[in-house]
Design a protein around this ligand. Sequence first.
Ligand SMILES: [Zn+2]
Length: 327
Amino acid sequence: MTEVNTPGVAVVYHPDFACHDTGAASPEAVWRTEKVSAALRAAPFAGALRWVEPAPVEVQWLEWVHESGYRQYIEELCLSGRRELGDGETIVSERSYEVALLAAGAATRAVDAVMQEGHRAAFSCARPPGHHALRAQGMGFCLFNNVAIAAEYACGHYGLQRVAIVDWDVHHGNGTQEIFYASPHVLLCSVQQKDWWPFTGETHEDGAGEGKGLTVNVTAPAGSTGVDYERFFRERFEPAMAQFQPELILISAGFDAHGRDPLGEIALESADYARLTTLVTSWADRWAQGRVVSLLEGGYDEQGLVTSALAHVEALCTHRGRNGSAS
Ligand SMILES: [Zn+2]
């Protein structure tokens, strides 16, 4: 039986993530999860990590977020021999549907690790990423919206009423925003580069209906630094968290706001991701019993991605957890 206070951070990973073959030309390539997982295994803090293999997501959780017809479309597309989703950049291979189910399953498995198995935090080192996937349309390297599936799963399976998502990928998580725009159960705090693809996420986009005020967008000018980001987090996100009182915090952890990244123009350094992580875990300790689940999104420069992901996961390891244990 799993102890309630299992120490350490769960890392959810499967070698089959490499079977989503996007070719050599796509920035969202096979090396991303392979390099990050290898670096985590070799890290000085590797002893604090617990490796967990995911299973494909149950279709019922997927279909809380995505229309059934869309899921079938992706399945048929991958098997049909077509190699592109139609947006000019989202490449698929024969096994991509199967791997996308596995990536979504990694998201729900990461929620289990924190909600059920007592891990202080979990990191899903999975691909394809998810936060651009709309209810009925994939785009921007994303097929299924992993973080949205994790949020729905936390509510539907564990009965949570309030889940917060922090999205620091350099690109706006337009899919996540669309899915939860009118939801009273999900607070989305998102920072993205101003006037940058996919050209949504302006500050006036702040939710609708019962979700009014529960979408918080910050647009960061090109060249913004970690100091700027910390200020955005403290001034814009923290008051929203305090008011919302989340029971679980999810992170859409893209690392393409790193200064080296070819798909962004923000100037974060890897150490900034540690500081931002510590800030988010402090909110989790204050309001969410320490529960933090992080999911890999973007990050396309090898050095930038690997060093930032290491800094992020190391900071997850040093967070006190729900009972304040120091291990
Ligand atoms: Zn991105």
